[in-house]
Design a protein around this ligand. Sequence first.
Ligand code: ADP
Ligand code: ASP
Ligand code: MG
Length: 435
Amino acid sequence: MNVFKFGGASLKDAAGVKNVASILQRYASDSLVVVVSAMGKSTNALEAVVAAHAKQTGEAPALYQALKEHHYAIMRELFEPGDDVFNIVNDTFVEGDWVLEEKPAEDYDYMYDQIVCVGELVSSKITAAYLNKIGLRTHWLDARDVVATDNTYREGWVIWDKTKANTQKNVAPLLAKRGFVLTQGFIGATSENFTTTLGREGSDYSAAIFSYCLDAESMSIWKDVPGVLNADPRLFENVVKLDRLSYKEAIEMTYYGAQVIHPKTIKPLQNKNIPLFVKSFLDPAAPGTEISSDTEEAYPPIIVVEKNQALLHISTNDYSFVAEQHMARLFAKLAELRLFVNMMQNTAISFTICVPNVPERLVKFVKDVSDEFRVKQENDLELITIRHYNEETIATLKKGKMVLFEERIRNTMQMVVKNVPAIERRTVELERAKG
Ligand code: ADP
Ligand code: ASP
Ligand code: MG
């Protein structure tokens, strides 16, 4: 059996749903688990609902209503009036209404997960209903009956043993029947049956969880790009498609922020040697990119830009050396606050790290270590990572930037930069490395 994942971009409107159905038509006789995300930018819209509810601005019901209307408009293009799906979807939206009728929960992240999951739930119900309507038999599955997590809301950690057992119990019998199994990405449940989410863009990871637990032959994620490119096409021109990538290369790219695949996706696939295909939903017959076992290829320079970074310059209050026990304390605090270090460097009395700029976590970090350390913070920075770099690429990427921090280790070059003018589209000549 195989696992397919369709993201928000592929399901952004009625034409998108029809296109996904036409892709699935080509696999009508296959054993498939189909994982879908929320439609288009629904998750952002739901985040706005949660924020408004938490602040009690009074706007939450209207924002939520607009999202419902958007889905109903899509459904009117796909179904006849009076189709059961209207009631099914309405019932799901009502679950969000119940949360909004209550006072905002004290735990923001908990409340977030109980509302934001609605995006995936309605998207999967609409898609499954449409597939059944056109004769592609499809069994809808609640991913929360399979993906078991701890209660780290908004970043649920998968409990693998339980998830594997749930897969045997709840997915295998559906797969044994004729037809597709269609479920949601991004969501799971705690042992007390509260909904969790796996982190933004987490549907790719969900598909990998299903692939791992089901020993899939392959997994395919269907995107609006021809495959994995050597740089983000929204930032760079003249990008090239990578036909093949090793798991290792894919992990390195996604770890530093290549948004095409969620960073947690590769590990479960690598662990079971399951190939991952990144394919275009606009050109389904094209081969896309294959990510598989660790045969190293000759790669062109691969560029990953991660925005919204901060540099923290940390020094001891009493001018003592930044020694191992200081590092141990600083890292324990960083781990506790889930501040992930992208780059670091130390001198005798200072230690510099590059971390994503999550203001509430950084404020807490600075406060919690202030008895021993002074922290100077620089914001609005970008981290640029170049794998398989050459001097020409580095020079091009440095144009219009002030480089604050730079490092080269083996085939990876990283720099933290400040844009001199506002971010503008860059044209970069990226040439495939020879040999
Ligand atoms: P989904 O619809 O599955 O959520 P995403 O929008 O999250 O898909 O991911 C696809 C997008 O990732 C592309 O539209 C592209 O703009 C962006 N992207 C960033 N870096 C890369 C890269 N190296 N290769 C391909 N796409 C990239
Ligand atoms: N819908 C979720 C998000 O937008 C998960 C995903 O699309 O992968 O983050
Ligand atoms: Mg996405």
